[in-house]
Design a protein around this ligand. Structure first.
Ligand code: C5P
Length: 231
C-alpha cells in the first residue's frame, strides 16, 4: 500500500447538509474528507454515505478513534467496512492486538493510530501514571506500526522525530495546520503546511480555516496549492 498523502478536510459538523455542502466545495482540491465521532454518532453510516456522494472522488477519513478490546474493535471495523474508508483511526493505547484486529478486518483501509491525545498535559499524564509524551509517542507509534497501522496521527511538532524513527513507509497525518496568515482558533501547536511537510508529514488535516472561510472552495484551493508547492 503506498502511503496516503495530501489534503484532508475536517468536516466538523453534525449537519449532513452542511457537511455535504462543504464536501462539494472542497472535493476538487482535497484527497480526503474527514468525518468524526460527533457526525457519526448523530447521523450513522447513512449520513456518512450521503456526504460521500458530494465528493465521490475523495477518500473517506473516518475519525472514530476506536478503543476497546480487540474483538469489539474488530466488530466496529466490520460495521463500517461497507463505507470503504480510506483511513480509520484507532487509539494506539488499545495495544498491539487491538490495532492488529482492526488492520486484519480492513486490509484495504489505512489504519491510523492516535498516540497521546494532544489535549493531555504533562500533569495529566503523570496523574494517570504515564511517562511524558516524549517517551510515550515514539513507543506507542512503533508498537502500532508493528501491529499493522499504516499511519500515525501526530502534531507537526512530533512529525520529525516520528519520521526518523518509523521510516518512509508510514504516513504521518498532522492536524493543527494553519495556512500562513490565518487564525490558530483553539489549536495551541500549529504549523504551516510548508513546515509540516518539511518535517515529514504526508497528510495535512485542515478544518476551520477552510470550512469557516467565506469561500471554502477558494480556501481549499489555496491550501492545496500551498501543499503542492511544499512537496
Ligand atoms: O479546525 P481544525 O483545522 O483545527 O481541525 C482539526 C481537526 O483535527 C479536527 O477535526 C480535530 O478534531 C482534529 N484533531 C486535532 N488535534 C489532534 C487530533 C485531531 O485538531 N491532536
Amino acid at each position: 500500500m503506498t502511503p496516503i498523502s495530501g489534503l484532508a478536510v475536517a468536516l466538523d459538523t453534525v449537519s449532513v447538509d452542511e457537511a455535504s455542502d462543504w464536501a462539494t466545495a472542497v472535493a476538487p482540491h482535497a484527497e480526503l474528507i474527514k468525518l468524526g465521532l460527533e457526525f457519526y454518532l448523530r447521523n450513522g453510516a447513512s449520513g456518512v454515505a450521503a456526504v460521500r456522494e458530494s465528493a465521490p472522488d475523495c477518500g473517506l477519513f473516518l475519525d472514530l478513534k476506536l478503543h476497546d478490546i480487540p474483538a469489539t474493535v474488530a466488530g466496529g471495523a466490520r460495521a463500517v467496512a461497507a463505507l470503504e474508508p480510506a483511513v480509520l483511526t484507532v487509539h494506539a493505547a488499545g495495544g498491539a492486538d487491538m490495532v492488529a484486529a482492526a488492520s486484519a478486518e480492513l486490509p484495504k483501509t489505512t489504519i491510523a493510530a492516535v498516540t497521546v491525545l494532544t489535549s493531555l498535559s504533562a500533569e495529566d499524564l503523570a496523574e494517570l501514571g504515564l511517562p511524558e509524551s516524549e517517551k510515550l509517542v515514539p513507543l506507542w507509534a512503533a508498537t502500532a506500526v508493528a501491529a499493522g497501522a499504516k499511519a500515525i496521527v501526530s502534531s507537526a511538532q512530533e512529525v520529525g522525530a516520528l519520521r526518523s524513527a518509523l521510516g518512509s513507509e508510514v504516513s504521518l497525518i498532522t492536524p493543527g495546520i494553519r495556512p500562513a496568515g490565518t487564525s490558530s482558533n483553539d489549536q495551541s501547536r500549529v504549523a504551516t503546511p510548508q513546515r509540516a511537510i518539511d518535517a515529514g508529514a504526508n497528510v495535512l488535516v485542515v478544518g476551520r480555516p477552510i470550512t469557516q472561510s467565506p469561500d471554502p472552495e477558494q480556501a481549499a484551493a489555496a491550501v492545496a496549492a500551498e501543499i503542492k508547492g511544499a512537496l
